[in-house]
Design a protein around this ligand. Structure first.
Ligand SMILES: N[C@@H](CCC(=O)N[C@@H](CS)C(=O)NCC(=O)O)C(=O)O
Length: 208
């Protein structure tokens, strides 16, 4: 059994989508980051960076409980545990991992900053808005170009790279991006959005 400590954000939903896609049983523990739950000592024991998501796998390596934070690491762990959504072919595997890292190092931090300056900053700071919305649009351009010649982010297979990118693109309205401006991203988005496991994963934690 896997315990998922999460909240209704793109980083949290990557993991709930992956658990749904893999058909792994899991229990949801809500960590309300708007109320400071991420700083509670019990949560910090499994996620010392005070961020969701985190998991505890009662059947970890060597059959022992294992806890893990950082959504990208969790996706790789679950992919290797189940043998799903990370290709075995070495080149295809690293194609997937490089697009996963592109999400972790680019999409997540930059879109997150765009959301902050657009929606949470105490005063309207044009410099911050422009810097991060421009960067978000540049990243959409990179993905759109990749998807012009590939069905999915890393090639012809749906992998953990798509699972990591999707919940951030699902918030395109938050970072003021119109998907009509990126037609290949729009096509990819619609395909992934139609997957039943994605619908279920995106509803976590509110419906649990
Ligand atoms: N690189 C981390 C980022 C996690 C992250 O930023 N989580 C946010 C929610 S999406 C959070 O827990 N924020 C709480 C806080 O800032 O205190 C990951 O991918 O797991």
């Amino acid at each position: 059994m896997i315990d998922l400590h999460t909240w209704g954000t793109p980083n949290g939903r990557k993991v709930s989508i992956m658990l749904e896609e893999c058909g792994l049983p899991y229990t949801v523990h809500k960590v309300d980051i708007s109320k400071g739950d991420q700083f509670k000592p019990d949560f910090l024991k499994i996620s010392p960076n005070n961020r969701i998501p985190a998991i505890v796998d009662s059947d970890g390596p060597g059959g022992k409980p294992y806890s893990l934070f950082e959504s990208g690491a969790i996706l790789i762990y679950l992919a290797e545990k189940t043998g799903k959504f990370l290709p075995k072919d070495p080149a295809k595997k690293y194609d997937s991992l490089q697009w996963l890292m592109w999400q972790m190092g680019g999409v997540g931090p930059m879109f997150g900053q765009a959301h902050h300056f657009l929606r949470a900053a105490p005063t309207k700071i044009e410099y911050g808005i422009k810097r991060y919305v421009d960067e978000a649009k540049r990243l959409y351009g990179v993905l759109d170009k990749q998807l012009a010649s590939h069905s999915f982010a890393a090639g012809d297979e749906y992998t953990i790279a798509d699972i990591a990118i999707f919940p951030w693109v699902a918030r395109h309205e938050w970072h003021t991006v119109n998907l009509a401006d990126f037609p290949n991203v729009k096509r990819w988005y619609d395909v992934i959005n139609a997957r039943p496991a994605v619908t279920k994963g995106m509803a976590v934690p509110y419906l649990n």
